[in-house]
Design a protein around this ligand. Structure first.
Ligand code: UD1
Length: 424
Protein backbone atom coordinates (compact mmCIF):
# COMPACT_ATOMS: atom_id res chain seq x y z
CA UNK A 1 0.00 0.00 0.00
CA UNK A 2 2.72 2.48 -0.98
CA UNK A 3 1.87 6.15 -1.51
CA UNK A 4 3.72 8.93 -3.32
CA UNK A 5 4.44 11.97 -1.17
CA UNK A 6 5.27 15.27 -2.85
CA UNK A 7 6.49 18.51 -1.30
CA UNK A 8 5.36 21.23 -3.67
CA UNK A 9 7.16 24.37 -4.79
CA UNK A 10 10.62 23.06 -5.65
CA UNK A 11 12.38 23.65 -8.97
CA UNK A 12 11.81 20.84 -11.49
CA UNK A 13 14.19 20.92 -14.45
CA UNK A 14 16.72 18.79 -16.35
CA UNK A 15 16.75 15.87 -18.76
CA UNK A 16 14.52 12.81 -18.76
CA UNK A 17 14.45 9.84 -21.16
CA UNK A 18 11.26 7.92 -21.77
CA UNK A 19 10.96 4.15 -22.15
CA UNK A 20 9.37 2.09 -24.92
CA UNK A 21 5.62 2.50 -25.31
CA UNK A 22 3.47 0.40 -22.99
CA UNK A 23 0.65 0.22 -25.52
CA UNK A 24 3.00 -1.01 -28.20
CA UNK A 25 5.05 -3.45 -26.12
CA UNK A 26 1.96 -5.32 -24.90
CA UNK A 27 0.71 -5.97 -28.44
CA UNK A 28 4.18 -6.81 -29.80
CA UNK A 29 4.55 -9.38 -27.02
CA UNK A 30 1.18 -10.90 -28.01
CA UNK A 31 2.18 -10.90 -31.70
CA UNK A 32 5.21 -13.13 -30.99
CA UNK A 33 2.70 -16.02 -30.71
CA UNK A 34 2.34 -15.79 -34.50
CA UNK A 35 6.03 -16.53 -35.15
CA UNK A 36 7.06 -19.78 -33.42
CA UNK A 37 10.68 -19.49 -32.25
CA UNK A 38 12.80 -17.02 -30.30
CA UNK A 39 11.66 -13.40 -30.74
CA UNK A 40 13.57 -10.58 -29.09
CA UNK A 41 12.02 -7.27 -28.08
CA UNK A 42 14.22 -4.35 -27.08
CA UNK A 43 13.26 -1.05 -25.40
CA UNK A 44 10.53 -2.86 -23.44
CA UNK A 45 9.36 -0.80 -20.44
CA UNK A 46 9.80 -2.49 -17.06
CA UNK A 47 6.25 -1.89 -15.81
CA UNK A 48 3.51 -3.92 -14.16
CA UNK A 49 1.40 -4.32 -17.32
CA UNK A 50 4.35 -5.87 -19.19
CA UNK A 51 4.81 -8.31 -16.30
CA UNK A 52 1.14 -9.31 -16.62
CA UNK A 53 1.50 -9.87 -20.38
CA UNK A 54 4.58 -11.98 -19.57
CA UNK A 55 2.40 -14.13 -17.30
CA UNK A 56 -0.23 -14.45 -20.04
CA UNK A 57 2.37 -15.69 -22.53
CA UNK A 58 3.96 -18.05 -19.99
CA UNK A 59 0.52 -19.49 -19.24
CA UNK A 60 0.15 -20.21 -22.96
CA UNK A 61 3.45 -22.11 -22.89
CA UNK A 62 5.95 -19.45 -24.07
CA UNK A 63 9.38 -19.27 -22.44
CA UNK A 64 10.38 -15.73 -21.51
CA UNK A 65 13.94 -14.76 -20.65
CA UNK A 66 14.79 -11.32 -19.31
CA UNK A 67 18.01 -10.57 -21.22
CA UNK A 68 18.45 -7.21 -19.53
CA UNK A 69 16.09 -4.72 -17.89
CA UNK A 70 14.61 -3.66 -21.24
CA UNK A 71 15.17 -6.70 -23.46
CA UNK A 72 12.93 -9.75 -23.48
CA UNK A 73 13.51 -12.92 -25.40
CA UNK A 74 10.23 -14.75 -25.98
CA UNK A 75 10.38 -18.32 -27.25
CA UNK A 76 6.94 -19.12 -28.64
CA UNK A 77 7.85 -22.48 -30.19
CA UNK A 78 6.53 -24.17 -27.05
CA UNK A 79 3.14 -22.40 -26.99
CA UNK A 80 0.64 -25.24 -26.66
CA UNK A 81 -2.37 -23.65 -24.97
CA UNK A 82 -4.91 -21.12 -26.23
CA UNK A 83 -6.61 -20.36 -22.92
CA UNK A 84 -6.26 -17.01 -21.13
CA UNK A 85 -8.09 -17.18 -17.80
CA UNK A 86 -10.07 -14.44 -16.06
CA UNK A 87 -7.51 -14.12 -13.26
CA UNK A 88 -5.11 -12.58 -15.85
CA UNK A 89 -7.64 -10.67 -18.01
CA UNK A 90 -9.03 -9.14 -14.79
CA UNK A 91 -5.55 -7.79 -13.97
CA UNK A 92 -5.19 -6.22 -17.41
CA UNK A 93 -7.77 -5.83 -20.17
CA UNK A 94 -5.05 -5.68 -22.82
CA UNK A 95 -4.61 -9.44 -22.25
CA UNK A 96 -7.39 -9.74 -24.85
CA UNK A 97 -4.72 -8.83 -27.45
CA UNK A 98 -3.81 -12.54 -27.57
CA UNK A 99 -7.16 -13.35 -29.20
CA UNK A 100 -6.07 -12.39 -32.73
CA UNK A 101 -2.62 -14.08 -32.61
CA UNK A 102 -4.02 -17.30 -31.09
CA UNK A 103 -6.64 -17.45 -33.85
CA UNK A 104 -3.94 -16.78 -36.42
CA UNK A 105 -1.75 -19.60 -35.10
CA UNK A 106 -4.22 -22.24 -33.88
CA UNK A 107 -7.57 -21.23 -35.38
CA UNK A 108 -8.96 -21.19 -31.87
CA UNK A 109 -8.73 -19.22 -28.63
CA UNK A 110 -10.43 -19.06 -25.26
CA UNK A 111 -10.11 -15.67 -23.61
CA UNK A 112 -12.01 -14.57 -20.50
CA UNK A 113 -14.49 -11.79 -21.22
CA UNK A 114 -13.12 -8.58 -19.70
CA UNK A 115 -15.40 -6.89 -17.18
CA UNK A 116 -15.94 -3.14 -16.87
CA UNK A 117 -13.09 -0.98 -15.71
CA UNK A 118 -12.82 2.37 -14.03
CA UNK A 119 -12.71 4.35 -17.27
CA UNK A 120 -15.95 2.90 -18.58
CA UNK A 121 -17.52 -0.22 -20.05
CA UNK A 122 -14.78 -0.70 -22.72
CA UNK A 123 -16.62 -3.26 -24.79
CA UNK A 124 -14.96 -5.64 -27.28
CA UNK A 125 -17.97 -5.98 -29.62
CA UNK A 126 -16.01 -4.51 -32.56
CA UNK A 127 -13.22 -7.08 -32.08
CA UNK A 128 -15.84 -9.84 -32.18
CA UNK A 129 -17.79 -8.48 -35.18
CA UNK A 130 -14.60 -8.03 -37.19
CA UNK A 131 -13.30 -11.51 -36.39
CA UNK A 132 -16.73 -13.02 -37.22
CA UNK A 133 -16.44 -11.47 -40.66
CA UNK A 134 -13.14 -13.39 -41.07
CA UNK A 135 -14.96 -16.65 -40.28
CA UNK A 136 -14.55 -16.92 -36.51
CA UNK A 137 -17.42 -18.36 -34.49
CA UNK A 138 -17.91 -17.24 -30.92
CA UNK A 139 -19.73 -18.55 -27.94
CA UNK A 140 -19.76 -17.22 -24.43
CA UNK A 141 -19.37 -19.95 -21.85
CA UNK A 142 -19.35 -19.15 -18.10
CA UNK A 143 -17.64 -15.81 -18.71
CA UNK A 144 -15.15 -17.14 -21.27
CA UNK A 145 -15.21 -16.29 -24.96
CA UNK A 146 -14.59 -19.45 -27.00
CA UNK A 147 -13.50 -18.53 -30.50
CA UNK A 148 -13.00 -21.08 -33.28
CA UNK A 149 -12.47 -20.84 -37.02
CA UNK A 150 -13.82 -24.21 -38.22
CA UNK A 151 -13.19 -23.39 -41.87
CA UNK A 152 -10.03 -21.32 -41.32
CA UNK A 153 -9.73 -17.52 -41.51
CA UNK A 154 -10.70 -15.95 -44.82
CA UNK A 155 -9.84 -12.38 -45.80
CA UNK A 156 -12.66 -9.88 -46.28
CA UNK A 157 -13.40 -6.16 -45.80
CA UNK A 158 -14.22 -5.08 -42.25
CA UNK A 159 -15.49 -1.56 -41.60
CA UNK A 160 -15.13 -0.52 -37.97
CA UNK A 161 -17.86 1.70 -36.45
CA UNK A 162 -15.16 3.56 -34.53
CA UNK A 163 -11.38 3.59 -35.06
CA UNK A 164 -10.74 1.29 -32.09
CA UNK A 165 -7.07 0.64 -31.32
CA UNK A 166 -7.64 -2.80 -29.79
CA UNK A 167 -10.02 -4.00 -32.52
CA UNK A 168 -7.66 -2.84 -35.29
CA UNK A 169 -4.76 -4.70 -33.63
CA UNK A 170 -6.66 -7.94 -33.04
CA UNK A 171 -7.92 -7.92 -36.63
CA UNK A 172 -4.44 -7.25 -38.02
CA UNK A 173 -2.94 -10.07 -35.96
CA UNK A 174 -5.64 -12.58 -36.97
CA UNK A 175 -5.67 -11.68 -40.65
CA UNK A 176 -1.92 -11.86 -41.32
CA UNK A 177 -2.41 -15.63 -41.58
CA UNK A 178 -5.86 -15.64 -43.21
CA UNK A 179 -6.31 -16.72 -46.81
CA UNK A 180 -6.65 -13.86 -49.31
CA UNK A 181 -6.89 -10.15 -48.64
CA UNK A 182 -8.32 -8.45 -45.56
CA UNK A 183 -9.12 -4.74 -45.60
CA UNK A 184 -9.69 -2.91 -42.31
CA UNK A 185 -11.62 0.23 -43.09
CA UNK A 186 -11.81 3.08 -40.53
CA UNK A 187 -8.77 1.54 -38.85
CA UNK A 188 -7.07 3.22 -35.88
CA UNK A 189 -3.98 5.21 -36.93
CA UNK A 190 -2.01 5.40 -33.66
CA UNK A 191 1.82 5.11 -33.90
CA UNK A 192 1.54 1.88 -31.90
CA UNK A 193 -0.50 0.37 -34.76
CA UNK A 194 2.31 1.29 -37.15
CA UNK A 195 4.86 -0.29 -34.80
CA UNK A 196 2.85 -3.53 -34.72
CA UNK A 197 2.46 -3.55 -38.52
CA UNK A 198 6.21 -2.99 -38.89
CA UNK A 199 7.01 -5.94 -36.65
CA UNK A 200 4.50 -8.19 -38.44
CA UNK A 201 6.07 -7.22 -41.77
CA UNK A 202 9.56 -7.98 -40.41
CA UNK A 203 8.16 -11.46 -39.53
CA UNK A 204 7.15 -11.88 -43.17
CA UNK A 205 3.56 -10.58 -43.11
CA UNK A 206 2.20 -8.32 -45.83
CA UNK A 207 0.51 -5.39 -44.14
CA UNK A 208 0.09 -2.13 -46.06
CA UNK A 209 -1.43 1.20 -45.06
CA UNK A 210 -0.87 1.10 -41.27
CA UNK A 211 -1.08 4.70 -40.04
CA UNK A 212 -3.87 5.45 -42.53
CA UNK A 213 -7.60 4.67 -42.14
CA UNK A 214 -7.40 1.74 -44.59
CA UNK A 215 -5.11 -1.19 -43.79
CA UNK A 216 -4.73 -3.97 -46.33
CA UNK A 217 -3.39 -7.36 -45.31
CA UNK A 218 -2.45 -10.12 -47.69
CA UNK A 219 -2.41 -13.41 -45.77
CA UNK A 220 0.75 -15.57 -45.66
CA UNK A 221 1.34 -19.17 -44.49
CA UNK A 222 4.21 -18.72 -42.06
CA UNK A 223 5.81 -15.99 -40.01
CA UNK A 224 9.38 -16.08 -38.69
CA UNK A 225 10.71 -14.83 -35.34
CA UNK A 226 12.38 -11.40 -35.27
CA UNK A 227 14.23 -8.88 -33.14
CA UNK A 228 12.31 -5.60 -32.86
CA UNK A 229 12.72 -2.33 -30.93
CA UNK A 230 9.57 -0.95 -29.25
CA UNK A 231 8.68 2.60 -30.35
CA UNK A 232 9.24 5.37 -27.73
CA UNK A 233 6.33 6.09 -25.37
CA UNK A 234 4.64 9.27 -26.60
CA UNK A 235 2.32 9.32 -23.56
CA UNK A 236 5.14 9.03 -21.01
CA UNK A 237 6.85 11.81 -23.01
CA UNK A 238 3.63 13.84 -22.97
CA UNK A 239 3.42 13.45 -19.19
CA UNK A 240 6.89 14.97 -18.71
CA UNK A 241 6.12 17.68 -21.27
CA UNK A 242 3.02 18.55 -19.24
CA UNK A 243 5.20 18.56 -16.09
CA UNK A 244 7.57 21.10 -17.67
CA UNK A 245 4.61 23.19 -18.83
CA UNK A 246 3.15 23.15 -15.32
CA UNK A 247 6.33 23.82 -13.36
CA UNK A 248 7.79 26.27 -15.92
CA UNK A 249 11.54 25.50 -15.93
CA UNK A 250 13.10 23.74 -18.96
CA UNK A 251 12.94 19.96 -19.25
CA UNK A 252 14.46 17.99 -22.14
CA UNK A 253 12.23 15.00 -22.82
CA UNK A 254 14.11 12.44 -24.95
CA UNK A 255 13.55 8.99 -26.48
CA UNK A 256 10.40 9.52 -28.55
CA UNK A 257 9.30 10.89 -31.91
CA UNK A 258 7.81 14.42 -31.51
CA UNK A 259 5.58 13.88 -34.61
CA UNK A 260 3.72 11.26 -32.54
CA UNK A 261 2.50 14.09 -30.30
CA UNK A 262 1.76 16.54 -33.14
CA UNK A 263 -1.55 17.95 -31.93
CA UNK A 264 -0.55 17.88 -28.26
CA UNK A 265 2.51 20.01 -29.00
CA UNK A 266 0.47 22.47 -31.11
CA UNK A 267 -2.17 22.81 -28.37
CA UNK A 268 0.53 23.34 -25.74
CA UNK A 269 2.06 26.07 -27.90
CA UNK A 270 -1.37 27.76 -28.02
CA UNK A 271 -1.36 27.52 -24.22
CA UNK A 272 1.81 29.64 -24.14
CA UNK A 273 4.31 26.82 -23.70
CA UNK A 274 7.61 26.95 -25.63
CA UNK A 275 8.57 23.72 -27.34
CA UNK A 276 11.91 23.34 -29.10
CA UNK A 277 12.29 20.25 -31.30
CA UNK A 278 15.43 18.17 -30.55
CA UNK A 279 16.71 14.95 -32.08
CA UNK A 280 14.17 12.32 -30.85
CA UNK A 281 12.82 14.68 -28.23
CA UNK A 282 11.83 18.18 -27.22
CA UNK A 283 12.90 20.95 -24.80
CA UNK A 284 9.90 22.48 -23.03
CA UNK A 285 9.47 25.51 -20.78
CA UNK A 286 7.03 28.30 -19.99
CA UNK A 287 7.60 32.02 -19.41
CA UNK A 288 4.12 33.55 -18.95
CA UNK A 289 0.76 32.33 -17.67
CA UNK A 290 -0.91 29.17 -19.00
CA UNK A 291 -3.50 30.32 -21.53
CA UNK A 292 -6.81 28.43 -21.31
CA UNK A 293 -7.74 26.64 -24.54
CA UNK A 294 -10.48 24.13 -25.34
CA UNK A 295 -9.48 20.50 -25.87
CA UNK A 296 -11.37 17.53 -27.27
CA UNK A 297 -10.04 14.00 -27.29
CA UNK A 298 -10.25 11.94 -30.48
CA UNK A 299 -8.50 8.93 -32.01
CA UNK A 300 -5.05 9.68 -33.50
CA UNK A 301 -4.11 12.14 -35.00
CA UNK A 302 -6.61 13.83 -32.65
CA UNK A 303 -5.76 14.82 -29.08
CA UNK A 304 -5.07 11.57 -27.14
CA UNK A 305 -7.44 10.62 -24.36
CA UNK A 306 -4.31 9.36 -22.54
CA UNK A 307 -3.12 13.00 -22.26
CA UNK A 308 -6.46 14.38 -21.08
CA UNK A 309 -5.87 14.28 -17.29
CA UNK A 310 -2.33 15.72 -17.47
CA UNK A 311 -3.65 18.56 -19.65
CA UNK A 312 -6.62 19.18 -17.37
CA UNK A 313 -4.09 19.62 -14.57
CA UNK A 314 -2.44 22.46 -16.57
CA UNK A 315 -5.70 24.08 -17.59
CA UNK A 316 -6.93 23.99 -13.99
CA UNK A 317 -4.33 26.71 -13.29
CA UNK A 318 -4.93 28.47 -16.64
CA UNK A 319 -5.59 32.20 -16.97
CA UNK A 320 -9.34 31.87 -17.75
CA UNK A 321 -11.94 29.19 -18.53
CA UNK A 322 -12.16 26.39 -21.08
CA UNK A 323 -14.01 23.20 -21.96
CA UNK A 324 -12.44 19.74 -22.16
CA UNK A 325 -14.52 17.23 -24.11
CA UNK A 326 -13.83 13.50 -23.72
CA UNK A 327 -14.99 11.64 -26.84
CA UNK A 328 -13.15 8.33 -26.49
CA UNK A 329 -14.03 6.90 -23.06
CA UNK A 330 -16.96 7.31 -20.72
CA UNK A 331 -16.09 7.97 -17.06
CA UNK A 332 -12.68 9.45 -17.71
CA UNK A 333 -13.16 12.48 -15.50
CA UNK A 334 -12.72 10.81 -12.09
CA UNK A 335 -9.41 12.64 -11.86
CA UNK A 336 -11.32 15.97 -11.75
CA UNK A 337 -12.92 15.28 -8.37
CA UNK A 338 -9.54 14.42 -6.84
CA UNK A 339 -8.06 17.63 -8.28
CA UNK A 340 -10.98 19.55 -6.77
CA UNK A 341 -9.72 18.40 -3.36
CA UNK A 342 -6.57 20.35 -4.23
CA UNK A 343 -8.56 23.51 -5.00
CA UNK A 344 -9.36 23.14 -8.73
CA UNK A 345 -12.61 24.61 -10.04
CA UNK A 346 -14.00 22.04 -12.48
CA UNK A 347 -17.63 21.25 -13.31
CA UNK A 348 -18.47 18.03 -15.15
CA UNK A 349 -21.45 18.01 -17.52
CA UNK A 350 -21.73 14.65 -19.28
CA UNK A 351 -18.60 14.22 -21.37
CA UNK A 352 -17.60 17.89 -20.97
CA UNK A 353 -15.50 19.37 -18.17
CA UNK A 354 -15.79 23.12 -17.66
CA UNK A 355 -12.53 24.27 -16.17
CA UNK A 356 -12.12 27.68 -14.50
CA UNK A 357 -8.47 28.45 -13.85
CA UNK A 358 -7.45 29.00 -10.20
CA UNK A 359 -4.18 30.65 -9.07
CA UNK A 360 -2.70 27.42 -7.66
CA UNK A 361 -3.29 24.09 -5.90
CA UNK A 362 -3.17 23.30 -2.23
CA UNK A 363 -1.56 20.04 -1.13
CA UNK A 364 -4.00 17.32 -0.04
CA UNK A 365 -4.43 13.57 0.35
CA UNK A 366 -5.76 12.26 -2.96
CA UNK A 367 -6.36 8.91 -4.59
CA UNK A 368 -5.10 7.85 -7.98
CA UNK A 369 -8.25 7.09 -9.99
CA UNK A 370 -6.47 5.45 -12.94
CA UNK A 371 -3.08 5.36 -14.66
CA UNK A 372 -2.97 8.81 -16.29
CA UNK A 373 -5.05 10.50 -13.59
CA UNK A 374 -2.59 9.19 -10.98
CA UNK A 375 0.40 10.67 -12.80
CA UNK A 376 -1.45 13.98 -13.18
CA UNK A 377 -2.12 14.15 -9.43
CA UNK A 378 1.60 13.73 -8.73
CA UNK A 379 2.21 16.57 -11.23
CA UNK A 380 -0.31 18.78 -9.41
CA UNK A 381 1.52 18.08 -6.14
CA UNK A 382 4.74 19.50 -7.63
CA UNK A 383 3.29 23.04 -7.70
CA UNK A 384 0.89 22.70 -4.76
CA UNK A 385 1.25 24.61 -1.58
CA UNK A 386 2.53 22.15 1.09
CA UNK A 387 2.43 18.38 0.98
CA UNK A 388 0.38 16.10 -1.29
CA UNK A 389 -0.03 12.37 -0.79
CA UNK A 390 -1.24 10.23 -3.68
CA UNK A 391 -2.54 6.76 -2.79
CA UNK A 392 -3.60 3.79 -4.98
CA UNK A 393 -0.37 4.24 -6.92
CA UNK A 394 -0.50 0.70 -8.32
CA UNK A 395 -2.30 2.42 -11.21
CA UNK A 396 0.84 4.51 -11.88
CA UNK A 397 3.09 1.43 -11.63
CA UNK A 398 1.06 -0.22 -14.41
CA UNK A 399 2.39 2.20 -17.01
CA UNK A 400 5.26 4.39 -15.75
CA UNK A 401 8.71 2.94 -15.12
CA UNK A 402 10.53 4.52 -12.13
CA UNK A 403 8.20 7.53 -12.19
CA UNK A 404 9.30 8.78 -8.75
CA UNK A 405 13.01 8.29 -9.53
CA UNK A 406 12.70 10.16 -12.83
CA UNK A 407 11.01 13.10 -11.07
CA UNK A 408 13.70 13.03 -8.36
CA UNK A 409 16.26 13.21 -11.18
CA UNK A 410 14.59 16.45 -12.25
CA UNK A 411 14.95 17.86 -8.74
CA UNK A 412 11.39 17.24 -7.53
CA UNK A 413 10.89 16.60 -3.82
CA UNK A 414 8.96 13.41 -4.20
CA UNK A 415 9.24 10.02 -2.55
CA UNK A 416 7.58 6.68 -2.43
CA UNK A 417 6.54 5.82 1.10
CA UNK A 418 5.51 2.41 2.36
CA UNK A 419 2.42 2.72 4.52
CA UNK A 420 1.92 0.34 7.46
CA UNK A 421 -1.11 -1.96 7.08
CA UNK A 422 -4.14 -0.37 8.73
CA UNK A 423 -4.85 -1.76 12.21
CA UNK A 424 -8.20 -3.53 12.06
C1 UD1 B 1 -6.07 1.65 -26.24
C2 UD1 B 1 -5.00 2.01 -25.25
C3 UD1 B 1 -5.48 3.10 -24.30
C4 UD1 B 1 -5.97 4.29 -25.09
C5 UD1 B 1 -6.99 3.85 -26.13
C6 UD1 B 1 -7.44 4.99 -27.04
C7 UD1 B 1 -3.81 -0.06 -24.96
C8 UD1 B 1 -3.42 -1.17 -24.04
N1 UD1 B 1 -4.66 0.83 -24.47
O1 UD1 B 1 -7.18 1.11 -25.52
O2 UD1 B 1 -4.39 3.48 -23.46
O3 UD1 B 1 -6.58 5.20 -24.20
O4 UD1 B 1 -6.45 2.82 -26.96
O5 UD1 B 1 -6.35 5.59 -27.63
O6 UD1 B 1 -3.32 0.03 -26.07
N2 UD1 B 1 -14.97 0.24 -28.00
C9 UD1 B 1 -16.17 -0.41 -28.19
N3 UD1 B 1 -16.14 -1.67 -28.73
C10 UD1 B 1 -14.97 -2.30 -29.08
C11 UD1 B 1 -13.75 -1.62 -28.87
C12 UD1 B 1 -13.77 -0.35 -28.33
O7 UD1 B 1 -17.24 0.12 -27.91
O8 UD1 B 1 -15.02 -3.43 -29.56
C13 UD1 B 1 -14.97 1.60 -27.41
C14 UD1 B 1 -14.30 1.61 -26.04
O9 UD1 B 1 -15.23 1.28 -25.02
C15 UD1 B 1 -13.84 3.04 -25.96
C16 UD1 B 1 -13.49 3.38 -27.42
O10 UD1 B 1 -14.17 2.42 -28.21
O11 UD1 B 1 -14.88 3.86 -25.53
C17 UD1 B 1 -12.00 3.36 -27.74
O12 UD1 B 1 -11.48 2.11 -27.44
P1 UD1 B 1 -10.15 1.53 -28.12
O13 UD1 B 1 -9.63 2.47 -29.13
O14 UD1 B 1 -10.43 0.13 -28.54
O15 UD1 B 1 -9.15 1.54 -26.90
P2 UD1 B 1 -8.33 0.32 -26.29
O16 UD1 B 1 -7.73 -0.48 -27.39
O17 UD1 B 1 -9.14 -0.38 -25.25
Amino acid sequence: MDVIRIEGGHRVSGVVTVEGAKNSALKLMAATILAPGVNTLTNVPNIADVHVMGKVLSRLGARITVVDEHTLSIDTSSVDSWVTPYELVAQMRASTAVLGPLLGRFGKATVAMPGGCNIGARKIDMHILGLQALGVEFDLDHGDINATAPHGLAGTTVTLDFASVGATENLMMASVKATGTTVIDNAAREPEIVDLANMLNEMGAQVKGAGTPVIEIEGVDTLCPVTHEVVGDRIEAGTFIATAALCGEPIDVLGFEPAHLGLVLRKYEQMGITIERLNRGVRVWRDGAIRSVDIQTLPFPGFPTDMQAQTMCLLAVGDSSCVITENVFENRFMFASELQRMGADIRIEGHHAIVHGVPGFSGAEVKSPDLRGGAALVMAGLIADGETTVSDIYHIDRGYERFVEKLQGLGAHVERVEMPDPVL
